[in-house]
Design a protein around this ligand. Structure first.
Ligand code: EPU
Length: 310
């Protein structure tokens, strides 16, 4: 529980910001892995009210975290004391102008790719099967099949936690690297301007189909997962190393290393986050022993922050 939960009339106060208050919400229901404890959730409909809401949080010393689509997220079983903030997608999510499109960060990534295709705009075909929001994809610089979202981004509109203002960041000022985009922890992405190459609709669809087939053949897309659990270390493939060690099918509690792709942990039997952490530790140890390579998490992990005693 966040200490905001003890504020009198918190539901009404949030409503005054155009937000809804969900106390002690189970985050399991908000993540594709389907594990995790509880936290107070605030869903903000009117994103233009974000600076006011942030000021309100800052004045009260409320710590918060931003939830996107929850598709690359592992939440610990004990839940969080921080408030979890989620932006609700606005209906007019996409605005086209020539080869440019302005997309709300809360928009679904796959839908965005297909809507752009209908306007004969390609360049994002590889991203189509990645679940989650545009903002989430951008935060991690998500990528697949030769495309990273950072490649087509021209500008990002964000609420800058440091300045307390909404700012526009040009691509030149961003740092898009492998699964990393360099945003500050207290930045909130609001919308993104993409510039896409013009291509015939049929050609884009064909490429999308191809990527979907590849993904279906090599990834457990019908099971609960958070995508790849570890980053590929430079010069190595995490999936191949875990596979070579014969770890596919290894189970801890309800969590299993996928038989289809060894860098996926799937929640097959009502797993807990603890099961997944244990399986991750096992993988890390075995890979370190055998290959002398330290695996780094690709999935974002949310745990309670340690309280510093004074
Ligand atoms: N491989 C195995 N066994 C496995 C899995 C993979 O031997 O169980 C081998 C493959 O045969 C291939 C190599 O490892 O030779 C690479 O595998 P794959 O092509 O499946 O790609 P990946 O490096 O494992 C990356 C991304 C995926 C993305 C795919 C497709 C990372 C950590 N993963 O996987 O992204 O979908 O390429 O482009 O960068 C994600 O970010 O969550 C994710 C799933």
């Amino acid at each position: 529980m966040s200490f905001l939960a003890r504020e009198a009339g918190i539901r009404e106060q949030m409503a005054a910001f155009g937000a809804r208050w969900f106390p002690a919400e189970s985050l399991r229901a908000h993540t594709s892995l389907g594990v995790g404890g509880r936290a107070d959730l605030v869903r903000l409909r009117e994103t233009r009210r974000l600076p006011e809401l942030m000021e309100y949080f800052n004045r009260r010393g409320v710590t918060w975290r931003l939830l996107g689509g929850g598709t690359n997220l592992l939440v610990a079983d004990e839940g969080l004391d921080d408030v979890v903030l989620q932006l609700v997608r606005e209906p007019d999510g996409l605005k086209f102008e020539g080869r440019r499109v302005e997309v709300s960060a809360a928009a679904n990534l796959g839908t965005t790719v297909t809507e752009c295709a209908k306007q004969n705009l390609g360049g994002m075909e590889g991203l189509v099967g990645i679940p989650g929001t545009v903002g989430g994809a951008l935060w991690m610089n998500a990528g697949a099949y030769g495309t990273q979202i950072g490649d087509v981004v021209r500008a990002v509109t964000l609420f800058c936690g440091k300045s307390g203002h909404v700012e526009v960041l040009r691509t030149e000022d961003a740092r898009f690297e492998y699964r990393h985009a360099g945003f500050a922890a207290d930045d909130v992405l609001l919308s993104v301007s993409l510039e896409l190459p013009e291509r015939p609709y049929a050609e884009i669809l064909e490429k999308i189909k191809e990527c979907n087939q590849k993904r279906r053949a090599s990834q457990p897309i019908n099971e609960k997962s958070a995508g790849c659990i570890f980053k590929n270390p430079p010069g190595h493939s995490a999936g191949r190393m875990i596979d070579e060690l014969g770890l596919k099918g290894t189970r801890v509690g309800g969590a299993v290393i996928s038989e289809r792709h060894a860098n996926f942990i799937v929640n097959r039997h009502a797993a807990t986050a603890a099961d997944i952490f244990q399986l991750m530790d096992l993988i890390r140890e075995r890979v370190l022993q055998a290959y002398r390579v330290e695996l780094e998490e690709e999935v974002i992990v949310w745990r309670k922050q340690l309280k510093v005693e004074s």
